[in-house]
Design a binder for this molecule. Structure first.
Ligand code: PBG
Length: 326
């Protein structure tokens, strides 16, 4: 008790550095970026200042920016030339993600981990994450699974180090694991977007990836923001189906979920600081209301404190620079 105990004793200078419980390092960071097959010039994403869609011919340049800063991994999203109801442009050997991965792996080999977002919503003209029954306006789970398997195999064939399914279909990890194994990719890990919430914070991403939907929303397959026990069940199934790494998405509004998932499963855990979280800090900083660098640093450090091992953030390059100066 006070006055014998004084918490402030340890809050000075170097001593404070010595007793720090959590740290953010460049090895925690994953840099996500968009490769766009419809353009030959970089396009700025208006709702995400500092984020661009990169033409396919510059995919290697995008990856190099992260690599040069010591960031160990990138996460690739594709914007295809053509879209249809079945997302056929998601799994061709020469489609956008496959071509980008091949080029990046040819350049950096084992020195840069390439993760691919594995979903149909950027490749379907209706914008949903699976096959749609247009009479019932339902996303048909079991018809979607074999396609996810096909996409996974095409990514692995192109050289992806990790596939990251984000569609929240039931049984998707099992389907993808089997497809990978049957095709000789038993060593390709799966990073499951295991607790992905139906969040308003994905708003800017839908501009960035051109993946808005023509009817409904994703609340019938993504999780209800009101639920926490459900995240445990959802994650447990993914673990049983063979997920190697887990994810919580979004990040900051869901740190309680990050904490619970890490405590419960102890698997490597990524947290996704999503487009809306990025846009909020950027907008506040642009108005002079927040210190941008400190706000991103604190937000990401908080994810580590909650239990994250990896942080997917559009601010990864800037953070890497900030960390190099610390
Ligand atoms: C695709 C996908 C989305 C995001 C990552 N993968 C969009 C969505 O589910 O609506 C969102 C990422 C972000 O907001 O930064 N399924």
């Amino acid at each position: 008790m006070f006055p014998q105990t004084r918490m402030r004793r340890l809050r000075y200078g170097k001593l404070k550095d010595m007793v720090r419980e959590n740290t953010l390092t460049v090895n925690d960071l994953i840099y996500p970026f968009f490769v766009d097959e419809t353009t030959d010039k970089k396009i700025d994403v208006a709702s995400m200042p500092g984020v661009s869609r990169w033409p396919l011919a510059q995919a290697v340049d995008a990856a190099r920016e992260a690599y040069d800063l010591g960031i160990p991994a990138v996460l690739i999203f594709g914007i295809p030339k053509t879209k249809d109801a079945e997302g056929k442009s998601a799994y061709g050997d020469d489609d956008v993600v496959q071509a980008a991965v091949r080029a990046i792996k040819a350049e950096f080999g084992k020195d840069l981990i390439v993760i691919t977002d594995l979903c149909m919503c950027e490749y379907t003209d209706h914008g949903h994450c699976g096959i749609v029954n247009f009479e019932t306006h339902d996303v048909v789970n079991d018809l979607t699974l074999p396609i996810l398997g096909k996409i996974a195999v095409s990514h692995a064939k192109a050289g992806a180090d990790i596939v990251a399914p984000s569609g929240m279909m039931d049984g998707m990890i099992e389907a993808i694991r089997s497809a990978l194994d049957e095709n000789g990719f038993e060593n390709t890990p799966i990073m499951s977007y295991s607790s992905k919430y139906a969040s308003v914070f994905y708003g800017p991403f839908r501009d960035a990836a051109d993946s808005g939907f023509c009817f409904g929303d994703r609340s019938e397959y993504q999780m209800d923001p009101a639920n926490s026990d459900e995240a445990i069940r959802e994650t447990e199934l993914d673990v049983l189906e063979g997920a190697d790494m887990l994810m919580v998405k979004p990040g900051m509004p869901y740190l309680d979920i990050v904490y619970r998932i890490k405590q419960e499963f102890g698997l490597p855990l990524a947290v996704y600081q999503v487009s809306g979280e990025y846009a909020m800090i950027k907008a506040a900083a642009a108005n002079g209301w927040l210190d941008e660098e400190k706000a991103f640093y604190e937000a990401c450090l908080s994810m580590k404190r909650a239990g994250a091992d990896m942080i997917i953030t559009y601010y990864a390059k800037e953070l890497a620079m900030i960390l190099a100066e610390k």
